[in-house]
Design a protein around this ligand. Structure first.
Ligand code: BES
Ligand code: ZN
Length: 412
């Protein structure tokens, strides 16, 4: 159950995770953090929830450095989450923790009652479709995306690659036998746009199966990243390319019953900016989102080729079980379990808005590609496009299987 406690650790919308160590020592930040880490770092805890093992504190830059050092000792990047602003009232914090406890107990009940109860029957149409996915196409897309000097959302040309890539997607989906729409989504917190592809469901258009990844890149930990080369090949041209390859085959298949949407998000590297706005807007419109897949880093086989990792925090027990079921039926890879320890990618935006999420990634947290966020995140012989293809398979199976079923998350 400890894992569930961590899953729900930090769930408040619009927060920005920060683990950059060269912080201003005089800064003041409100954070939610692991209680044990706060105690070890001698930080005064202003509100504690023993059940979640999470504390609320206002920390100085010096305290932040102590927390980061302790987290790194445990092989983590951060283990705390900075809030956008200091809450006006401690009751806001108490309400947030009450909401976290509510979701946690639902997930705990699910884990106790329904674990491993999912089976996915083989559909020969899906088996055949999977054979058409090609690793060379992923390589070509990663080559193309990582050739942009940067895809940074705060650079001088934040939409250069967005405009060009969306034109490629438009040309691709024009070949579909049914209408597929491509739109660019503008955001409030970044000038960069997200790309959305919508395949409207034939019989259940109000039920959404969502597949996404971030298209932006960063270099130098966010400081002056706009002027540096940020090829972002593994992080995350790879996930973006795995998605595009799944889309290429999906549009050759019968129109799904549920609406299937693909997203290439803006500004993930500056704090999940694009996905935070999109997920909040779907919630505000009461959209019935059945599942959200996040693909972030797919081509570096840090634990071995065909040995992938399912991220266990900010994701749903139901979809993690579903991944194991489709693995048995279609993928036949080894699936390890691990946590980021914080909301490390866009799935966290959807999870915070109450939607079921899944995040399979290339390797365990400690084994992922070391040169992300640098100009060395490029294609080389250590990358493996058969490994990246596993993630295209996951996306395609989710689109064709969940897209044509009545399965959904049932929390008790
Ligand atoms: N690709 C990373 C996240 C990641 C980490 C995926 C480990 C798989 C395994 C992502 O682009 C990233 O850099 N996220 C930020 C956090 C974000 C909220 C700014 C990070 O981890 O520092
Ligand atoms: Zn990143």
């Amino acid at each position: 159950m400890k894992n569930i406690i961590l899953i729900i650790t930090l769930i408040i919308s619009q927060n920005v995770f920060s683990h950059i160590s060269n912080v201003d020592p005089n800064s003041i930040t409100a954070v939610y953090a692991d209680l044990d880490i706060l105690k070890k770092a001698n930080v005064p805890v202003l509100y504690a929830d023993q059940n979640l093992n999470v504390g609320y504190a206002i920390i100085t830059g010096k305290m932040e450095a102590r927390i980061s050092a302790l987290a790194h000792e445990q092989g983590r990047c951060g283990n705390y989450e900075a809030l956008d602003e200091i809450p006006q009232n401690i009751s806001t914090v108490a309400n947030n923790f009450a909401f976290m406890n509510q979701i946690q107990s639902k997930n705990q009940n699910y884990e106790m009652l329904a674990k491993n109860s999912i089976e996915v029957a083989e559909n020969p149409l899906i088996t055949e479709a999977l054979k058409n996915l090609k690793p060379d196409n992923i390589k070509a897309t990663v080559t193309y995306l990582s050739a942009f000097p940067t895809r940074f959302n705060k650079g001088n040309t934040p939409n250069l690659h967005v405009d060009d890539f969306s034109e490629k997607i438009k040309a691709l989906v024009a070949t579909a036998a049914y209408p597929v729409t491509v739109d660019l989504i503008s955001h409030n917190k970044t000038p960069q746009k997200s790309i959305r592809v919508t395949i409207k469901g034939s019989t259940k258009p109000d039920e959404y199966v969502i597949l996404g990844g971030h298209l932006d890149s960063i270099s130098g930990g966010g400081f002056g990243g706009g002027s540096k080369l940020a090829p972002g090949a593994d992080d995350n041209a790879s996930g973006s390319a795995s998605l595009l390859e799944a889309l290429r085959i999906l549009i050759t298949q019968a129109q799904p019953q549920r609406t299937v949407e693909f997203f290439w998000y803006a500004g993930e590297e500056s704090g999940l900016l694009g996905s935070a706005e999109i997920a909040a807007s779907y919630k505000a419109q009461s959209k019935n989102v059945i599942s959200v897949l996040q693909l972030d880093m797919t081509m570096f086989p840090g634990d071995g080729v065909f040995r992938i990792t399912s991220i266990n925090d900010f994701t749903s027990a139901w979809l993690r079980d579903y991944l194991k079921a489709i693995n048995t039926t279609y993928l036949n890879v080894e699936i390890l379990d691990d946590k980021c320890g914080y909301g490390c990618s866009d799935h966290a935006s959807w999870f915070r808005n109450g939607y079921p999420t899944l995040m399979p990634t290339e390797a365990k947290f400690k084994s992922i590609f070391k040169y992300i966020h640098t100009d060395k995140d490029v294609i080389s012989s250590v990358m493996n496009f058969d490994h990246a293809l596993v993630f295209s398979k996951i996306a395609l199976v989710m689109a064709m299987d969940l897209g044509n079923s009545s399965q959904k998350e049932v929390l008790f």
